[in-house]
Design a protein around this ligand. Structure first.
Ligand code: ASP
Length: 314
């Protein structure tokens, strides 16, 4: 039975700061992404196509930290990371620190299918995307007024001028999707701008296969969000697969254990996962995580906080 789960990152706005409009905009963005992915799965399509389509929709939506709406690094520009993995044969493709690719996840897919690399970075990634005929944009395409404000707050903090804590939403976020198609194939895709004010050249967990993104048929597909350095050091998404494969843990046990370890690191963390039976998990230890899922009957549910995960009218 097919299933699809998405996330828009654990860097959520504190509940009190949402306006009814911005809350609805985020929910709509999640619902649109689920519909894009589900259109493929419900027509008998492949998990890898569904996760790419869902992530493209999230990259195009300004509420989330990926593509249009990505955060700015310390030097004031965008560097984007993305990865995709096809559980059928563990083919994988990723890009890191790209600056001009409109939809980084599409470039990751091309790396997987049209190159002999797994991870391409910087100017090489941008050049490859151009060669492949993908949409190339100016940096301004990614920038929103809100992300400029977030950069300014981070800069004030560095200079000791900020008199309050920055919220999670001001600091980070990511988008991702995992799917199981009706043949039981698994796939995962993740895309991010990383952390606001990150050091130029810093690469997070998202494009590191086995850290922020992983898929293996018969086992699990995982996409992570939270401070990437912790996920890289723990090899989180591969660790979840190993727990299931070698220790026969359930999806729920394996994903809960991963979050518990990240909690012990004091890392605000979240992830989405689907196993070979189509079971899903969306654990997080943060106040919220933008997330959504489609059940086998096509019903879409969306949530941002612990208590607002609910079905919406399709
Ligand atoms: N994992 C992302 C990174 O470290 C950020 C996030 O998910 O919030 O680049």
């Amino acid at each position: 039975m097919a299933s699809l789960v998405i996330h828009g990152g654990a860097g959520t706005i504190p509940r009190a700061n949402f306006t009814p409009e911005s809350y609805q905009a985020a929910r709509n963005g999640l619902a649109d992404a689920l519909r894009s992915g589900w259109a493929i799965l419900s027509a008998g399509g492949l998990a890898v196509d569904a996760v790419e389509a869902a992530v493209v929709a999230l990259e195009n939506h300004p509420s989330f930290n990926a593509g249009h709406g990505a955060v700015l690094n310390a030097a004031g520009y965008h560097e984007l990371d993305a990865a995709i993995m096809d559980g059928r044969d563990r083919a994988a493709g990723a890009i890191a620190s790209a600056r001009t690719i409109r939809n980084p996840i599409r470039a990751a897919r091309r790396v997987m299918e049209a190159s002999d690399c797994v991870l391409l970075s910087g100017a090489g990634a941008d050049a490859f995307a151009r060669e492949q005929g993908l949409d190339i944009v100016e940096q301004e395409y990614f920038t929103t007024a809100l992300r400029r404000e977030h950069w300014t707050r981070a800069d004030e903090e560095r200079r000791g001028l900020l008199k309050r804590e920055r919220s999670e939403a001001e600091k980070h976020g990511t988008v991702g999707a995992v799917a199981c198609d009706d043949k039981g194939n698994l796939a995962a895709a993740t895309s991010t701008g990383g952390y606001t004010y990150k050091r130029a050249g810093r690469v997070g967990d998202t494009p590191v296969i086995g850290a922020g993104t992983y898929a293996r048929n018969g086992v699990v597909a995982v996409s992570c969000t939270g401070l990437g350095e912790y996920f890289i050091r723990r090899g989180t998404s591969h660790d979840i697969a190993a727990r299931i494969r070698y220790r026969n843990e359930s999806l729920e046990e394996a994903t809960a254990a991963a979050i518990a370890e990240l909690s012990a690191d004091k890392c605000g963390a979240g992830l989405i996962a689907v196993d070979a039976k189509g079971n899903i998990a969306m654990p997080h230890n943060t106040e919220g995580m933008y997330r959504g899922a489609v059940s086998a009957d096509g019903k879409i549910s969306i949530g941002i906080y612990a208590d607002d995960f609910s079905p919406i009218d399709a």
